[in-house]
Design a binder for this molecule. Sequence first.
Ligand SMILES: NC(=O)c1ccc[n+]([C@@H]2O[C@H](COP(=O)([O-])OP(=O)(O)OC[C@H]3O[C@@H](n4cnc5c(N)ncnc54)[C@H](OP(=O)(O)O)[C@@H]3O)[C@@H](O)[C@H]2O)c1
Length: 249
Amino acid sequence: MRFKDKVVLILGGNSGIGLASAKAFAAESGIVHITGRDQATIDAAVVEIDGARGYRADMADLAAMEEMISAIEAQDGRIDVLFVNAGVGGFAPIRELTPEDWDKVHDINLRGAVFAIQKALRLMGRGGAIVVTGSIGGHGVLPGNAAYGAAKAGLAMAVKIIAAELVGEGIRVNMVSPGPIETPLLHRNPGISGEAVAALREQMIAAVPMRRMGQAEEVARAVLFFASEDASFVTAANLFIDGGALELG
Ligand SMILES: NC(=O)c1ccc[n+]([C@@H]2O[C@H](COP(=O)([O-])OP(=O)(O)OC[C@H]3O[C@@H](n4cnc5c(N)ncnc54)[C@H](OP(=O)(O)O)[C@@H]3O)[C@@H](O)[C@H]2O)c1
């Protein structure tokens, strides 16, 4: 019950890693708020997670994010744990990459993530914990991944700098960087056929020394560690949850 009476906000909590984390926080008595874009999966998650509240708020829409933070302020008055997890993929080789592709990925994965932290901070104080989802894609080279990789690499640096700014205020900031995880993300790349997705999945598994995809729950366990008092002396860390892909692949 590490999160008893703790207010936990999960940005991107209606699917994949965020949903698994929301369930895990709730199982340890956290007061869980989740966001996403898709109303149907937000509603389904809220029904599944006892006591959770859901908000439709696009990470790229800073006014919608502000409105959501104000709703949490009115409801609970504070945020103890912020999990900035929302993200989109976007594969395109350099010759095919468009400014629109680039902006879409960066508006959500980098700009959206940074300004979500900025907005949530007014409800956070000493003892607070921020966990951000990065990716091995921000550290390793995968052809076609320039927009996503650059956004996640930028986010990793922003997280370290934010951790330095907040350490004196008693707020810890850490990152989880997954390798290939079995979630709907892989299937959401527009313009990529089912066959190409299956081939990409096999290629990703081949690059993982443990020879399998990870499960969302395996990332959630690390998120809960960083968010809890178990990690009371840990800030600015970046944990790779990737079956050894980055270091041994
Ligand atoms: N799966 C992997 O292999 C992998 C590897 C490395 C890193 N990651 C990172 O892990 C995080 C979670 O991804 P996942 O694998 O769990 O994929 P997922 O199942 O597709 O979940 C993505 C989550 O982000 C939300 N989201 C996306 N765009 C949003 C926006 N503009 N505003 C608000 N919410 C938005 C989605 O909500 P809606 O469904 O409502 O849009 C969903 O809750 C992402 O940051 C991703 O980059 C994943």
